[in-house]
Design a binder for this molecule. Structure first.
Ligand code: MF3
Ligand code: CO
Length: 249
């Protein structure tokens, strides 16, 4: 699949899709508190998305049954919201959301602590965020895609963390998942050349322990194999000739 280069008009629409998604994340974060369920978070996220006339892109995507992915503690990504899962003080929760605005997608994830989290958990959340920012140092026209991947992986490993390999970032635009795939680890080759107008969802998924993950029987929830905590951080990024634009921040 070729990687699409967005026109000025498309970039305008994706910028608005990203701006709205940033608000969705702010609203979900504000609402977080111990005692709420993961389904409560889904409800809030979906309501905010719809209040801007947008469509939640995850809902029914390959049969996914909710609008927001809510992944708690050792859940890496794609946790399914449920009224049975109550958040408690010290949990960490990954919120992943996507929306469609006038035919264009945005996709972003954040990991938050609930109440007081352990030093280890807070550090994981912070380093995962930093992994993203290490990666995008290389996200500009003329550089190569896997320079981003290598920078993310290197930074996580320097901190002793495991980098999830079974899931990747991706191009994004008229579809949620477009070419190219964006791994979060060193590929041993350069990958494609980046060009202005590419839009990429860059999303490190980092474990305190081993990099390995497994899928639960619900066919969605990805958890760490060793039960260690995992964090996720993602933004939709526009490649330019200079600094990348973070559309969802
Ligand atoms: N943000 C995720 C991704 O980039 C979530 C999509 S999975 C879904 O792949 F099924 F929930 F939509
Ligand atoms: Co994504």
């Amino acid at each position: 699949m070729p990687v699409s280069i967005k026109s000025a008009r498309e970039i305008e629409l994706m910028t608005e899709a990203g701006r709205i998604l940033a608000i969705v994340h702010e609203e979900m974060e504000k609402a977080l508190h111990p005692g709420m369920t993961t389904l409560d978070i889904n409800k809030i996220g979906e309501e905010v998305i719809r209040s801007y006339g947008c469509t939640p892109s995850f809902l029914n995507y390959n049969g996914y049954p909710a609008s927001i992915c809510v992944s708690v503690n050792d859940e890496v990504v794609h946790g399914i919201p449920t009224d049975k899962r109550v958040l408690k003080d010290g949990d960490i929760v990954g919120l992943d959301a996507g929306l469609i605005y006038k035919g264009y997608h945005s996709d972003a994830a954040r990991t938050h602590g609930i109440g007081e989290t352990s030093k280890e958990a807070s550090r994981l959340i912070e380093v995962t965020r930093e992994c993203f920012f290490e990666g995008i140092k290389y996200a500009r026209e003329g550089n190569h895609l896997f320079e981003i991947s290598a920078a993310i992986g290197r930074y996580a490993e320097e901190h002793g963390y495991g980098v999830v390999r079974d899931l990747c970032g991706h191009g994004i635009g008229m579809k949620l998942h477009e070419a190219p795939e964006i791994p979060n680890y060193e590929m041993g080759r350069k990958g494609m050349k980046l060009r202005a107008g590419m839009t990429l969802a860059i999303e490190p998924m980092i474990n305190i322990g081993d990099y390995r993950v497994k899928w639960l029987d619900d066919d969605w929830t990805v958890v760490t194999s060793d039960g260690s905590l995992s964090a996720h951080y993602e933004n939709t990024v526009l490649i330019t000739e200079g600094e990348p634009k973070l559309l969802t921040l």
